[in-house]
Design a protein around this ligand. Structure first.
Ligand code: MF3
Ligand code: CO
Ligand code: CO
Length: 249
């Protein structure tokens, strides 16, 4: 069921989104060789709670932390750990969800740790561009497939592959609402977008093959071939004109 949002809801989504964006920015600023992913998680959680907001990933279907941090070949849903120390050359996906006054903001970005390879740089840049091209398609009258196609075409033209098993999603009163927003598929197909929809657009892109597997922790998705993976996400609101990016800083 799709829950459309009012103008007042858009204000609430923006308030939650700003906190999520700033929390993500803080996380990115902490990425450096030697820091543990748990330390980054703890500092983000502290920041979110100091804003009077909460981090609803904590306890979500048993997830143990406030954020998901997925390093190198980890695609998404990495569990922050005191044992996982970042090293020069890593790429680090930090995914933050904030709940504030009843509204969810969901945003992610992949950050370089120190100097990374040219291929890693290109993977991150193309994934971010794909997310932004998807957002440009998020307007009333278009279809879900228009977002999907814009994302897929950009990444595959660069020689990368799209993860199929996880998708973007509606976001708002719940962390995950309808509709699902896949990152692959033909343009002109799927549900029509209408003003008042609020969605998270989040391509997950692999340097090698598209296949993934789940680690035995039950959460972390990793690439089957061990290749690097990147992920960028914004929560946006659909209008009759330009989309509103709730999680822009
Ligand atoms: N932030 C993730 C998303 O983009 C959801 C994480 S749920 C958790 O949809 F439980 F893994 F934290
Ligand atoms: Co997210
Ligand atoms: Co999301």
């Amino acid at each position: 069921m799709i829950v459309l949002k009012t103008a007042e809801d858009f204000k609430g989504m923006r308030a939650a989104g700003i906190i999520a964006a700033k929390a993500l920015e803080l996380g990115g600023s902490l990425v450096r060789p030697g820091i543990s992913t748990l330390e980054i998680d703890r500092q983000i959680q502290k920041y979110i709670e100091a804003q009077g907001a909460s981090a609803p990933c904590l306890g979500y279907h048993g997830f143990p932390c406030a954020t998901c941090i997925s390093v190198n070949n980890a695609v998404i849903h990495g569990i922050p750990s005191a044992k996982q120390l970042l090293k020069e050359g890593d790429i680090v996906d930090i995914d933050v969800v904030v709940l504030y006054k009843g509204y969810h903001g969901d945003t992610a970005a992949t950050f370089p740790c120190g100097k990374v390879s040219e291929e890693a740089e290109r993977l991150m840049r193309v994934t971010r561009e794909a997310r932004d091209l998807g957002i440009l398609q998020a307007k009333a009258g278009n279809r879900v497939g228009d977002i999907a196609h814009a994302i897929q075409a950009h990444c595959e033209a660069a020689g990368f592959s799209m993860v199929r098993e996880y998708t973007g999603h509606g976001v708002g009163f719940e962390m995950h609402e309808d509709p699902s927003i896949p990152n692959y598929g033909p343009a002109g197909r799927g549900m029509r977008l209408v003003a008042g929809m609020t969605v998270a657009i989040e391509p997950m892109v692999n340097l090698g093959g598209k296949e993934i597997r789940l680690l035995s922790d039950g959460w972390t998705a990793v690439t089957k071939d061990g290749s690097l993976s990147a992920h960028f996400e914004h929560s946006v609101g659909i209008t009759d004109s330009d989309p509103v990016i709730f999680t822009a800083v």
